[in-house]
Design a protein around this ligand. Structure first.
Ligand code: FES
Length: 175
């Protein structure tokens, strides 16, 4: 097997048929295997779950495609379309809303030029709002990848996004 086929692909790239085959050859899906674990590995590699890969898994494992899609849609961790390198999650819950969460959401939309559920054209950011991030005491709350930013303000979020665009990571103090 050509090793270059198994290297992680850029989030912007659609994986080729050969890349999918190479990865599945490596992961060896089987009817008795752990489907969720397999899907996680696939997503770790491609950044999302490409439809042709799900078809291939169905063929190789003989698990009906409808069941595979049932699992994929049940778990919020799985994505069926390409995602940005960074995920910005903003809480739209009540505690955050009453403390200015709406303004923060609008600031993110304006800064990135995208709406809830969308990804920037350069595949840098995916933005989504969620019902609660489980950190209501810190409201309004934004999560950048796995980092919580509490007591968020439009100005602070602009600064965080600016640092990510410039350096690829969050460099400012947060919480
Ligand atoms: S309501 Fe925003 S974190 Fe809970």
């Amino acid at each position: 097997m050509d090793q270059t086929n198994t290297l992680p692909v850029s989030p912007a790239a659609e994986p080729s048929h050969d890349q999918i085959q190479a990865l599945l050859d490596e992961l060896k899906p089987c009817p008795d295997g752990n489907l969720i674990g397999l899907l996680q590995q696939l997503q770790d590699h491609f950044g999302y779950l490409p439809a042709p890969a799900l078809v291939q898994i169905s063929r190789r494992t003989r698990i009906p495609l409808s069941r595979i899609y049932g699992v994929v849609s049940f778990y919020a961790q799985f994505y069926t379309s390409p995602r940005g390198r960074h995920t910005i999650r903003c809480c739209r819950g009540t505690a955050c809303y009453v403390r200015g969460g709406r303004m923060v959401i609008n600031a993110i939309r304006k800064n990135l030029g995208i709406d809830d559920g969308q990804t920037t054209e350069d595949m840098m950011f995916t933005f989504e709002t969620v019902a609660c991030l489980g950190a209501c005491a810190l409201s309004p709350v934004v999560m950048v990848d796995s980092t919580y930013i509490g007591k968020a303000t439009p100005r602070r979020i602009d600064s965080v996004l600016k640092s990510i665009k410039a350096e690829g990571s969050i460099s400012q103090e947060r919480q």
